[in-house]
Design a protein around this ligand. Structure first.
Ligand SMILES: Nc1ncnc2c1ncn2[C@@H]1O[C@H](COP(=O)(O)OP(=O)(O)OP(=O)(O)O)[C@@H](O)[C@H]1O
Length: 506
């Protein structure tokens, strides 16, 4: 396939018409069309399971349509067997790294593309080519760094540069902001605008609708596998967008802790963290009582994740103590934390959260197998029953509870992780970015579940980049450079909290 005709407003960069896709009984896409114009950033939004990733897999040559057809720049998409042709047309930057972590940036960029006769000459040229490529797109990353050591932000830029080096000028960004803090998001958006000005077109997937308004010019909404609307962003209001996504009228409501009754004076203490220090944080002290929610806020470098991960035993502290119900917790020991009554939603559901090839029922009950039957063998009926309840309680879109978790959309996988965290009736729930990848409406449902378990008397620790997640908190502790620098009681204003997170005066 030849390179895309650039800059021609008449010929769409990509045009998908009447696309249909089934997975067994599941209709993932039904008669979906999408047209993306050159030089725009086009948002693709929809609730969890709406079909966004399925459409992306078709637009990037990873899977085949059952019906319909796709064109790039007016030319029919290549057959799936011609992956090099696909690479010249389009690339997707996923939330999860598509680089080989042990290899350097230069090797990742030009892997399998080395030329030059002698080995030594080849390597030098490879490094120079890599540096030239990154310089030409203004990406300030050292080409000798092992890719596994890159920040998420730099890794994404390297992957974008790699796509551009194949000639692709159409790039799909699949929830690119999910793991970035606000400063990194600003940098990403600035870079997107700069690349757009240089002829790059983006398809941008995000559950954060304000980002759609900030960086996109057009938006397409999918719902229940169908195309609902495509319009210029300037012509669709936020409420209308949410209505299109949900098929219902009415906005969102996330309960703010300031609207509920104050915590009882005599509420028992569940978690006591004293003088806790470790990798990336120092001397952190706080308490959480029954029925109380504490939020931890800060940039990605603030140490907030490390504090929470130390509480649930993923990391050993260098000093300080964690006590649950007055009893010291064995440091760095997750099973001990679970036995002490801690349930957690970890930071990365793929590595610490789920057994992807197992069913929803297995995953949702993983933390409580020992309690459901002798020797960890729970009766299949009991597990299935619990899982069916989880599907309902957590708004999980799935064919049934026996479906492997790997078949679920990203947001629905996250809901299974939350179901599992709460399945064991823990005393303390530690939630790290609990609504990452979860659509706006499901987020409301998940936060309502967290509020319910709080009302039942559990203690909750929420670490999140999202202000909506933190609104449930009685108090939000702000960390900067590993230290708690501010505390905000429920009812804080967004501006004040963000100013403290960023460390700027207001
Ligand atoms: N490999 C698969 N096998 C079976 N079903 C699948 C498979 N991949 C996706 N599905 C189903 O297809 C539907 C669409 O999923 P898709 O991943 O495209 O949603 P999404 O819009 O990307 O959601 P999210 O926002 O949660 O990422 C879902 O019902 C999902 O369970």
């Amino acid at each position: 396939m030849s390179a895309l005709p650039a800059g021609s407003a008449a010929v769409p960069v990509v045009s998908a018409q009447g696309v249909g896709k089934r997975y067994g009984p599941t209709v993932a896409l039904s008669d979906v069309s999408l047209t993306v114009r050159p030089g725009e950033s086009h948002a693709l939004v929809g609730r969890n399971g709406a079909g966004k990733s399925t459409l992306v897999s078709i637009l990037t040559g990873l899977s085949k349509t059952d019906t319909g057809h796709v064109e790039f720049g007016g030319v029919p998409a290549p057959p799936l067997s011609k992956q090099d042709d696909w690479k010249r047309a389009v690339a997707c930057v996923y939330q999860h790294a598509m680089v080989v972590p042990q290899l350097t940036v230069a090797e990742n960029l030009f892997l399998n593309r080395q030329s030059g006769k002698g080995f030594a000459i080849g390597w030098q040229r490879l490094r120079r080519q890599a540096r030239d490529l990154l310089d030409s797109w203004d990406v300030g990353v050292d080409v000798d760094t092992p890719a596994g050591e890159l920040s998420v932000e730099d890794r994404q830029f390297v992957e974008i540069a790699r796509a551009l080096s194949y000639g692709a000028r159409f790039i799909v960004l699949d929830e690119p902001t999910a793991q970035l803090d606000s400063q990194a998001i600003d940098r990403l958006f600035a870079r997107m605008r700069q690349m757009q000005a240089n002829g790059v077109t983006f398809l941008f997937i995000s559950h954060h609708l304000h980002e759609v308004y900030e960086v996109c010019q057009a938006v397409t909404v999918l719902r229940d596998a169908k195309h609902i609307l495509t319009a210029p962003v300037s012509e669709v209001g936020r409420a209308e967008l949410i209505d299109a996504m949900t098929g219902e009228q009415g906005g969102l409501s996330v309960r703010d802790a300031s609207t509920r009754e104050a915590l009882a004076e005599d509420a028992a203490e569940v978690l006591a963290v004293d003088g806790l220090s470790g990798d990336g944080f120092a001397d952190v002290t706080f308490r959480i009582h029954r029925g109380e929610v504490i939020g931890l806020a800060g940039s990605n470098a603030s140490g907030k994740h490390q504090v929470a991960e130390t509480v649930y035993g993923l990391r050993p502290p260098s000093s300080g103590t964690v006590r649950v119900d007055g009893k010291p917790l064995k440091p760095g020991d997750i099973p001990a934390a679970i036995r002490a009554g801690i349930g957690c939603v970890p930071r990365d559901r793929h590595h610490e959260g789920l057994v992807l090839e197992h069913s929803i029922a297995d995953n949702a009950t993983l933390s409580i197998l020992d309690r459901m039957g002798k020797g960890g063998l729970a009766a299949p009926g009991a597990r299935y029953g619990r899982a069916v309840r989880a599907l309902r309680d957590y708004d999980i879109v799935a064919a049934d509870a026996d479906q492997p978790v790997s078949d679920l959309s990203g947001g629905n996988q996250q809901k299974v992780v939350l179901a599992r965290a709460l399945a064991g009736d823990p005393r303390l729930v530690v939630l790290i970015n609990p609504t990452a990848g979860v659509d706006v409406k499901s987020k409301e449902a998940l936060l309502a579940v967290v509020d319910r378990v709080r009302a039942e008397g559990k203690a909750v620790l929420i670490v999140s980049d999202e202000l909506d997640d933190l609104r449930l908190s009685d108090r939000v502790l702000v960390l900067r450079a590993g230290a708690v620098v501010a505390e905000h009681r429920a009812g804080w204003s967004d501006g004040d909290l963000v100013a403290d997170i960023e460390g700027v005066e207001r």
